[in-house]
Design a protein around this ligand. Structure first.
Ligand code: SAM
Length: 225
């Protein structure tokens, strides 16, 4: 993206968050169970896969060998560099490409599956990003989702409303906790095949105050054939 001065700017520029996430992401995978959720969301994928907002590439090592190729889109420079390193240790070929989810730099109907993990909360225009995912998937192709989302309970949703209008997006790279991602996915024309809701951290672990980002979904949705 070019600014008015003609200097090239990154489409997504969150240098502090990028460094925080690069350190914190692996800890969340190990301690908050995200590593296992990544394994689940990617299980059984085959063929050509596109992943949007791949970050530092934490998903890469979880792709099953049945995947022929992953095209991993990442707009943030620091995370993209880490993703390039992570791609070298993956068991399947991963091509890391700059770009944003709202304008994917790939052909229509070119992918058997798509993956969005912890990213639809942060894209600037969720509707456009989902329309792009619909465009690039072949008819019948699956979109796998691991996302935090709007709370079902009113009190928790109110907490998210406040967080989204105060510090949360500033601290966490533009993330918004109260997005109703599942409703947006359905409005974009996807059919929901599987859906699991869960909390991070789990409610049973006795945390009295939930985090705004606690409610999550793991879902498989499909572009109708
Ligand atoms: C919380 S991180 C998640 C990274 C990775 N998907 C994961 O599961 O670890 C959010 C990611 O979304 C990316 N992102 C933000 N806005 C984006 C956009 N418009 N298009 C694509 N990716 C975006 C950020 O650069 C960052 O890598």
């Amino acid at each position: 993206m070019r600014s008015r001065t003609g200097v090239t700017r990154e489409a997504v520029h969150h240098p502090l968050f990028a460094r925080f996430y690069a350190r914190c992401g692996p800890v969340m995978d190990a301690r908050a169970g995200f590593g296992a959720h990544r394994e689940t969301v990617l299980a059984g994928l085959t063929g050509r896969v596109i992943e949007i907002g791949a970050g530092s590439g934490l998903n890469f090592r979880h792709y099953p060998r049945t995947v022929a190729e992953v095209v991993a889109i990442e707009p943030e420079r620091h995370l993209r560099r880490l993703a390039v390193d992570a791609a070298q240790h993956a068991e399947v070929p991963v091509d890391v490409v700059p770009g944003v989810a709202e304008a994917l730099p790939v052909k229509s109907e070119a992918f058997d599956a798509a993956v969005a993990s912890l990213v639809l909360c942060s894209v600037r225009d969720q509707r456009r990003a989902l329309a792009e995912l619909h465009r690039v998937l072949r008819p019948g192709g699956e979109l796998r989702l691991l996302e935090h989302c709007r709370a079902e309970g009113r009190g928790h949703a109110a907490l998210q409303w406040v967080a989204d209008r105060t510090l949360w997006p500033l601290l966490f790279g533009g993330c918004r906790t109260g997005r109703d991602t599942l409703a947006a996915v359905e409005a974009a024309g996807f059919d929901v095949l599987e859906l699991r809701r869960f909390h991070v951290p789990e409610r049973a672990k006795g945390l009295t105050l939930p985090l705004p980002s606690s409610p999550h979904i793991l879902a498989t949705v499909r572009r109708p054939g």
